[in-house]
Design a protein around this ligand. Structure first.
Ligand SMILES: [Zn+2]
Length: 122
């Protein structure tokens, strides 16, 4: 089974979008407990928390985007943003790398992790 990779920025963005939906669904769930004020408050609070968390994630994406490296994807020719040493094209999911040593190797998100570990040892 081949794992499907997507661009990190896209991944975080869909996570933030999912949080908004969860927040609204949870808040909508409060309607079913309208006879119980405590439950309504808990559901509304949880829903609001999800939406606040999503806003924070969106701000975080904005910060990450400014640090991301802009590259032209060799596969589709569009401009995409990269996070870390290896990432996927945001448009066609082509694996991209900034490290020439990893070029041609099979894509793995492990490379980012390994780099972090090596830095810690030094
Ligand atoms: Zn591409």
């Amino acid at each position: 089974m081949k794992k499907k990779y997507t661009s990190k920025i896209n991944k975080i963005r869909s996570f933030a979008l999912a949080l908004i939906f969860v927040g609204f669904i949870v808040m909508y769930g409060a309607v079913f407990f309208k006879n119980n004020v405590v439950l309504v408050l808990i559901f509304m609070g949880l829903g609001l928390l999800c939406i606040i968390a999503s806003t924070i994630v969106y701000l975080w994406i904005g910060m990450l985007s400014t640090r991301a490296v802009k590259v032209i994807c060799p596969n589709c020719g569009k401009q995409t943003k990269m996070l870390g040493r290896v990432d996927m094209c945001m448009h066609c999911n082509e694996p991209l790398t900034l490290d020439p040593n990893l070029e041609g190797k099979e894509f793995s998100e492990e490379y980012n992790r390994k780099l972090k570990n090596n830095n810690q040892k030094i």
